[in-house]
Unconditional design. Structure first.
Length: 586
C-alpha cells in the first residue's frame, strides 16, 4: 500500500468497527439516501479518472469550441460546452478536498489540468493554421472577465451541485454545462496565443480559472451540507483549512483581480456613454447626420483618441469637429483627440429627405428617430423646395441646410440648373416655406450652380427637340428648320450660332438659338428669319434668340431671361387666382 492510500485509509473509519459519532455526517440539511450518495460518489470518481475516452471528448470539445469561436457562432460554442467533460473533475476535486480522499484528488487534478493543457495546445495549433484569419466578437467576449463572471460561475456551481446530489433535478445538468464557461475560454486562450495576443490569452485563462474556483468552492459546500462528508472525513479544523487553503487563497486573489477589472469596465462604460451622448447631442441639429459607431483608445497619461463614424449627407468642417472635440473633452474631463469619419449617406423619401427608421419595436412597428426643431424645419423646407423644383424640372436640388442668425432662420439651398433661378421664383419658394413653417422670419437663400447639357449638336436649348417622340416626317422638318435657321441667322454681319433647337409645339414649331454677335440683333432680324422658317414648316414659327448676356431677341421686341420667367409666373398666378374665384363663386 502506498503512502496516498495509507493517508486516505487513515481518514476513513473501519467499516467493521462499531459505528461512532465520527461516522455521522457533519451536516445534513436535506435528505439524500445512502444509495444516492454511493451512486454520486461513484460517478464522480469514475468521471475524474483520466481515461483515453476523457481526453478524446476534450479534443472534440476543444475543436468545436475553437471552430465556433473562429466562425463567431454562439450556437457552436454552446455545443462545445455540452460535450466538454471538464465539470466532472472539478466535482472530484471538491469531494476529495472535503473528504480528504488523496487518490481521488490526484486523479481529478491530473484529469482537470491535463485537460486544460490539452485544450490550450490544441487551440493553439488550430490558430496557427491558415483558416484562422481574424479575431471575432465571440473571442473578444472571453478575454475581459469581471467579477460578474465569478458570480455567474458560483450560481452555476450551485445549480450543478444540487442537480448532481438530487436525482430529481439531474435533468438540469445540460443547462448547467451551458452556463459554466470552461472549454470556450481555454480555447480562446490558445487561439490568442496563436495570434500573439498574450493579454487576451491571460484574460481568457483567468475566466476559466475563476469559473473553476467558484464551482469548486460552491460544490464543496454542497457536498458537506448534503451529508456526503462525515466527521471523521472532515478531520480537525486545521486539517480542513489546510486542504482548502490553496483554493481559498486562489479564489480571493481571482476575486480581487476581477473586482479591479469590473471597476475598470464600469469606468470604460461610463466613458463610452459620455462620448456617445455628447457626440449625438452635437449632431442633433444636423439633418440626416447619425452616429454609427465609435472606437477609442486611452493612453497612459489619460488622454483619449476617438474615431467616430458618422453617416451624414455632407462632410463636416474642421471647425465643427473642433467644437465636437471640445464638447466631449469638457464632458469627460480628459484631453480628447477626435477624428470624424464621414460616411456620405442621404435618406430620401418621396417628399424629400427622411429620418432614419433605426429599429423595430416588440410590436413589429418602425420607431422613427426623434429630431430637434431645427432638423424638422430643415426637412420641411427641403420638402417645399422639392415640390416646387419637381413642378417645372428646371433645377436639381443638391442640398438644404439651416443657419440660425439673430434675424431668424436662414434656409440655404444649393441648386444646379442650366440657369440660375430668378428672384420671383425664390420669392414664391420663400413665401411657401414661411407659410408651411408658420414662421414669417424664415429667409431663403439659394446658392445656384449653372450647368450645361451638351450633345453633338451643341448646348441643349429645348429638351423636346431631342427627347420628344416625333415621326420621320417631323424629324425631317426639324432638321430643315435647324439648318435653315442657322444659315439665315449667320447672314447677319458678325453673327455666329452656337446652338439651335427646333421642337414641335401645340401651335406649330418653337425654334430657339444661342448666338454670339458683334452687332446688337434687332427684332427685325429675328422677324425676317422667323418668316423664312415658317415657309419651310408650312405652319406658325416662334423664334427666339438668346445672347450670352441673357438678352432674348424676339420678332417684335427685346426681353431678358429673368423678365420672361417673371412674366410667365405672373400669368400663371393670374390664371390660378381666376380659377379660384370661379370656384368660390360657384
Amino acid at each position: 500500500m502506498n503512502s496516498n492510500s495509507a493517508a486516505e485509509d487513515s481518514l476513513r473509519p473501519d467499516p467493521s468497527s462499531k459505528r461512532t459519532d465520527l461516522d455521522v455526517p457533519l451536516v445534513a440539511l436535506w435528505s439524500v439516501s445512502q444509495q444516492r450518495k454511493a451512486a454520486v460518489i461513484d460517478d464522480i470518481a469514475h468521471g475524474s479518472i483520466p481515461r483515453p475516452l476523457y481526453y478524446v471528448l476534450l479534443l472534440v470539445s476543444a475543436g468545436i469550441a475553437a471552430f465556433g469561436l473562429l466562425a463567431n457562432s454562439a450556437a457552436v460554442v454552446i455545443g462545445a460546452m455540452l460535450v466538454s467533460p471538464l465539470m466532472a473533475p472539478i466535482f472530484g476535486i471538491a469531494l476529495a478536498l472535503s473528504r480528504g480522499d488523496l487518490r481521488l484528488l490526484r486523479n481529478a487534478l491530473i484529469a482537470e489540468f491535463g485537460g486544460v493543457l490539452l485544450i490550450i495546445a490544441f487551440a493553439l495549433v488550430l490558430g496557427l493554421l491558415p483558416f484562422a484569419l481574424e479575431v471575432t466578437p465571440e473571442m473578444l467576449a472571453r478575454t475581459k472577465p469581471s467579477l460578474l463572471d465569478l458570480f455567474v460561475a458560483a450560481l452555476a456551481g450551485l445549480a450543478g451541485g444540487l442537480a448532481l446530489v438530487d436525482e430529481r433535478t439531474s435533468p438540469a445538468l445540460p443547462g448547467v454545462a451551458i452556463a459554466t464557461s470552461l472549454t470556450p475560454p481555454l480555447a480562446t486562450s490558445g487561439l490568442s496565443l496563436a495570434f500573439g495576443a498574450y493579454d487576451g490569452a491571460w484574460g481568457a485563462f483567468l475566466l476559466f480559472f475563476a469559473n473553476f474556483l467558484a464551482i469548486l468552492a460552491v460544490s464543496a459546500a454542497i457536498f458537506i451540507l448534503a451529508g456526503f462528508v462525515t466527521r471523521a472525513e472532515i478531520g480537525t479544523r486545521t486539517d480542513f483549512l489546510k486542504r482548502f487553503s490553496a483554493a481559498g487563497i486562489g479564489l480571493l486573489a481571482v476575486a480581487a483581480i476581477l473586482t479591479r477589472q469590473l471597476v475598470a469596465t464600469i469606468d470604460d462604460w461610463r466613458l463610452n456613454q459620455s462620448i456617445v451622448t455628447t457626440i449625438e447631442h452635437s449632431l442633433a441639429d444636423d439633418a440626416g447626420a447619425r452616429l454609427s459607431r465609435i472606437v477609442y483608445d486611452q493612453a497612459a497619461d489619460g488622454s483619449v483618441s476617438v474615431l467616430a463614424t458618422v453617416n451624414s449627407p455632407r462632410s463636416f468642417s474642421p471647425q465643427k469637429v473642433k467644437a465636437m472635440q471640445q464638447a466631449v473633452s469638457g464632458k469627460v474631463n480628459r484631453q480628447i483627440s477626435l477624428f470624424v469619419r464621414c460616411a456620405i449617406t442621404h435618406d430620401v423619401a418621396a417628399a424629400g429627405s427622411a429620418n432614419l427608421l433605426p429599429t423595430v419595436n416588440l410590436d413589429g412597428h418602425f420607431i422613427a428617430a426623434s429630431v430637434t426643431a431645427n432638423v424638422r424645419m430643415t426637412e420641411t423646407a427641403e420638402q417645399v423646395l422639392r415640390e416646387l423644383v419637381s413642378y417645372r424640372q428646371a433645377f436639381e436640388l443638391q442640398d438644404v441646410q439651416l443657419v440660425q442668425l439673430p434675424t431668424g432662420p436662414v434656409i440655404v439651398a444649393t441648386a444646379s440648373g442650366s440657369r440660375p433661378p430668378v428672384s420671383s421664383q425664390v420669392k414664391i419658394a420663400e413665401e411657401t416655406i414661411r407659410k408651411r413653417l408658420n414662421d414669417p422670419t424664415a429667409t431663403l437663400l439659394v446658392r445656384a450652380a449653372t450647368t450645361s447639357d451638351i450633345t453633338t449638336k451643341g448646348r441643349v436649348l429645348l429638351g423636346d427637340a431631342l427627347f420628344a417622340p416625333m415621326t420621320a416626317a417631323d424629324r425631317a422638318v426639324q432638321q430643315d428648320l435647324e439648318t435653315r435657321g442657322k444659315t439665315e441667322l449667320e447672314l447677319i454681319a458678325n453673327t455666329f450660332v452656337n446652338s439651335i433647337d427646333a421642337a414641335k409645339s401645340a401651335n406649330g414649331w418653337e425654334v430657339r438659338a444661342e448666338v454670339v454677335s458683334a452687332e446688337v440683333l434687332r427684332p427685325a432680324n429675328v422677324d425676317r428669319v422667323e418668316k423664312s422658317l415658317a415657309k419651310i414648316a408650312g405652319t406658325s414659327i416662334a423664334l427666339s434668340v438668346l445672347t450670352p448676356n441673357g438678352l432674348i431677341v424676339g420678332p417684335k421686341s427685346f426681353t431678358t431671361v429673368q423678365r420672361s420667367i417673371e412674366q410667365g409666373l405672373a400669368r400663371q398666378r393670374a390664371s390660378l387666382d381666376q380659377t379660384e374665384r370661379t370656384h368660390q363663386s360657384n
